[in-house]
Ligand binder design. Structure first.
Ligand SMILES: Cc1cc2nc3c(=O)[nH]c(=O)nc-3n(C[C@H](O)[C@H](O)[C@H](O)COP(=O)(O)OP(=O)(O)OC[C@H]3O[C@@H](n4cnc5c(N)ncnc54)[C@H](O)[C@@H]3O)c2cc1C
Length: 420
């Protein structure tokens, strides 16, 4: 599909960064007939540090994009196994109208390339190895009219009617536009590696609420996700409400945690297939506003990770879809003033969709940052399956609008909480 490009510019929309947010927004824009240039600094396939876990929320977005999730390499899971307080509890993904009842795992090396090729097939023009170094601004209005790029040692520039920052947590583009991180929002750091393991085809995602080194409780939370290719993705994360956040050696922490696991799982140095790598998790809209002067923020660039559970892929794809909706409508308006009015509504639309829920998430993060709270919750919550099923829906943000009593409580709480 070839979209018509307005004379004098390179595309209707330039999208910077081809992670899940960038590929999703580019895909949806192209489907609506706009010409889209997607600029990515790396080349595919490329590694991305992640747990590789996809909840039903992420699966719903893949389905909406028409990605073939029945093909080889897509491993499905039935729910979440929670380990803590000497207990393990298996919770199946809830049966809902709004979401499928399964999640998946796929390495980001595969996942991101599948999405970007899917976007290309929808008509998106992708340039790999294109490192965006800064915005080009209109002298009079200060609006973004394009981007400067460094590619193969050469400087280039591209222009468009609108630019989308989908460049992840580091989001150089947003920073160049004066959008800095909010310090009143939670931030996480997580590390992960892969081990060859017989647990590679586990049909539950596993989360550990406590990490033990012998009889010493370590800071943080862990996960073990079977990748289905002979390996497990094993990782842990800490929130900045934890005292150890800045000072701890994360790699050492992971080694100490897995050292205590049963030998038959195979989580040993010899079975480690990649070095332990880490990255940051920007949460609860830690960069705002999500639209300013010709620049739209999606995914991690706008800090859209769910503070309850550290999930970011679904929110990256969802904000990509929502942004595309707004952009398509805006660019169809006749005057610059009309277009601006539509674009200025985007931050409000995001706040209406996630603001209250993210505020609850911030309260949750603050609560579990207090000494003893998590231990108390684990000891007293895990033995009660009904309570845990409620907590599971809340933490994974999986409810129907007119669902059962627990859905209605969660929706009502999200609605009354002030927007993040
Ligand atoms: C250890 C860890 C584990 C995690 N586990 C999970 C999980 O299991 N499930 C889950 O849902 N979420 C998880 N997350 C969160 C998830 O990885 C992110 O929320 C998600 O990747 C956000 O997608 P994005 O497209 O916004 O950004 P990214 O995936 O970061 O993509 C940004 C893209 O922009 C490109 N880019 C950056 N700068 C430039 C530039 N200047 N020019 C051109 N291109 C540029 C990058 O190369 C990259 O391709 C985890 C995060 C971490 C750190």
């Amino acid at each position: 599909m070839e979209a018509r490009v307005q004379r004098g510019i390179d595309a209707d929309v330039i999208v910077v960064g081809a992670g899940p947010a960038g590929s999703a927004v580019a895909f949806h824009l192209a489907k609506s007939g706009l010409s889209v240039l997607l600029l990515e600094k790396t080349r595919f396939p490329r590694e991305k540090v992640c747990g590789d876990g996809l909840t039903p929320r992420a699966v719903r977005e893949l389905v909406a994009m028409g990605v073939d999730i029945d093909g080889p390499g897509w491993i499905r899971n039935r729910g979440l196994r929670v380990v803590g307080g000497g207990l393990r509890l298996q919770l199946d993904w809830p049966e809902l109208h709004s979401f499928p009842d399964f999640g998946m795992v796929r390495t980001r090396a595969d996942f991101d390339e599948i999405l970007v090729r899917h976007a290309e097939r929808a008509g998106v023009r992708l340039i790999e190895g294109a490192n965006v170094t800064g915005p080009i601004l209109d002298e009079r209005s200060g609006h973004v009219t394009g981007v400067r790029v460094r590619r193969d040692g050469e400087d280039e520039s591209y222009t468009a009617r609108l630019v989308v920052a989908a460049d992840g947590n580091s989001t150089r583009l947003s920073i160049a536009m004066g959008l800095h991180k909010r310090t009143d929002r939670p931030m996480g750091v997580a590390v992960r590696t892969y081990f060859r393991s017989p647990r590679h085809d586990d049909d539950y995602l596993e989360t550990w609420l406590e990490l033990w080194d012998g009889d010493r409780l370590l800071p943080g939370y862990g996960w073990i996700f079977g990748v289905g290719d002979g390996t497990s993705n094993v990782g842990l994360g800490l929130l900045n409400t934890s005292e150890a956040f800045k000072s701890i050696d994360y790699r050492d922490l992971l080694r100490r945690w897995v050292k205590n696991m049963p030998a038959e799982w195979g989580y040993t140095e010899e079975n480690m297939t990649t070095p332990i790598r880490g990255a940051a998790l920007p949460m609860a809209f830690n960069r705002q506003p999500h639209y300013t002067r010709g620049l739209v923020l999606v995914g991690d660039a706008g800090g859209t990770i769910n503070p309850f559970n550290g999930e970011g892929i679904a929110y990256a794809m969802e904000t990509g879809r929502i942004a595309a909706d707004v952009i398509v409508q805006a660019l169809a308006r006749g005057t610059a003033a009309q277009r601006e009015r539509v674009l200025l509504a985007y931050p409000r639309i995001l706040k209406d969709a996630y603001g209250g829920y993210f505020t609850l998430g911030r309260m949750f993060v603050e609560a579990i940052g207090r000494p003893g709270v998590m231990k108390f919750a684990t000891r007293h919550g895990l033995p009660h399956p009904t309570l845990m099923r409620f907590a599971f829906k809340l933490l994974a943000n999986l409810t129907d609008r007119r669902g059962d009593a627990s859905d209605r409580i969660i929706n009502a709480l999200s609605k009354v909480a002030p927007s993040a």
